[in-house]
Design a protein around this ligand. Structure first.
Ligand SMILES: C[S@@+](CC[C@H](N)C(=O)[O-])C[C@H]1O[C@@H](n2cnc3c(N)ncnc32)[C@H](O)[C@@H]1O
Length: 258
């Protein structure tokens, strides 16, 4: 879902189908959980190593009277965990209604009465200006059209001094034509500065990326007679990710709203 992106417009129907296909596969779930270090009861997550949440939690500085927005939250696992650790409230936004249904199910169990999920876009969340204490966006900002509009939206919904954490991938060599256009075009340092954020930090996280490599390698090697659609979907994603793995690096960006 990341590096092999031949189609420049991946809309909500595409992601609804992707999430529907992903739903039932004990084999895929076990491979992901083990390689990303995800606890059994965390519910479905994306491809970010669970250990990343320790430093993201520190950076977001949540506590029990704060509200976290998880934008393009998918099935919600990361935002739910971060809010849960701090006893904070959570608003998850995504344009896939299928993903949000799964996020609601996890939140009912892990963050009861403190989470809501709504349909919205990276560039138009529908959340009120200045209403959020923190914004999280894991592995999704590259889908925004354009990226700078999503960053402007994050700034709009954050209160003054609110914290932003973004994870994504960037080309090792800027402009490398072998990297998919979305990732090739991403420059969070430049774009967060242009969006007017303060205290911008963008750093590479090889240890998170190493967990992804292990996950992809194990996924590709897993036997599949074609009947496990979720595993098949992840397998095709893993093949294309591994093809261009070393051209890309894992990045995390932190910033503060002025
Ligand atoms: C790679 S998944 C990441 C999901 C989640 N943040 C995670 O890390 O598990 C990308 C997510 O972005 C959502 N998405 C893509 N483009 C979007 C847009 N323009 N507006 C809202 N959500 C979008 C997709 O539905 C999908 O849930």
């Amino acid at each position: 879902m990341r590096q092999a992106i031949p189609n420049p417009s991946r809309d909500s129907d595409y992601f609804d189908q992707w999430y529907a296909d992903m739903q039932v596969s004990p084999v895929k779930d076990e491979i992901m959980r083990r390689n990303l270090g995800v606890p059994e009861d965390a519910g479905p997550v994306g491809i970010l190593a669970w250990s990343a949440l320790d430093e993201i939690a520190d950076a977001l500085g949540l506590d029990d009277d704060r509200v976290l927005a998880d934008i393009a939250c998918g099935r919600g696992g990361y935002g739910i965990e971060l809010a849960r650790r701090a006893d904070a409230d959570l608003v998850g936004v995504d344009f896939s209604a299928v993903a949000l249904e799964q996020a609601r199910r996890t939140a009912q169990r892990r963050l009861p009465n403190q989470a809501e999920f709504r349909v919205g876009r990276l560039t138009e969340t529908g959340l009120p200006a200045g209403s959020m204490d923190a914004v999280l966006c894991t592995d999704s900002v590259q889908f925004a059209e354009p990226v700078w509009a999503a960053l402007g939206e994050f700034r709009r919904i954050l209160r003054r001094g609110g914290a932003l954490a973004i994870t994504s991938w960037q080309a090792v060599t800027p402009g490398d034509e072998r990297v998919s256009p979305r990732i090739r075009g991403l420059d969070l340092w430049r774009d967060l500065g242009q969006a007017g954020f303060d205290e911008v930090v963008v750093e590479v996280r090889p240890e998170w990326y190493a967990a992804e490599r292990r996950l992809h390698e194990e996924t590709v090697a897993a036997p599949n007679d074609g009947s496990d659609l979720a595993l098949a979907s992840l397998q095709s994603e893993s093949v294309s990710s591994l093809e261009r793995f070393d051209l890309v690096q894992r990045v995390v960006a932190y910033a503060t709203a002025p």
